[in-house]
Design a protein around this ligand. Sequence first.
Ligand code: FES
Length: 164
Amino acid sequence: MNDDLQKRIQDALANPQNMGELANADAIGTVGNSECGEMLRMWVKFKQQDGRKVIDRATFQSFGCETAIAVASLATELIRGKTAEEALALKPEELAGELGPLPPMKIHCSQLVEGALRAALSPQADTCTKPTESTTTSGNSTAPTLLDSFSKPKSGGVRIQFLE
Ligand code: FES
């Protein structure tokens, strides 16, 4: 990875946007990359604006990789105000925004973000679950965290989709 990209990633990580669970999210998508073990979950909340249903806010949680966190931070800002269709039309390299082109070994990091977005927004996605329908492990009314997903088996509600 070149120094410029490393610096842009560090800049994004210095002030990551939209990290954490989003209460009352309308959609949730969780994906995992079986090769590097990285996992990412995205929460999306919509609002009505000028007669269109647009993304009001999106947040994420991720294990590990700095590049995926940096991309998720930028992507969750980028998709604000877009419809689900507009957000789904974005390519992984577009989601990476100002990070610019990623080296081949890091492209899958932005694909992980795209996968989580797709899992949350695709109409047919069965990974899409309202928090109130999710199985919680901590007894509160919000969606489980990624760590919760790993630490206790689910009886249903959240499925982790592994990217190819
Ligand atoms: Fe696998 Fe970044 S190294 S998602």
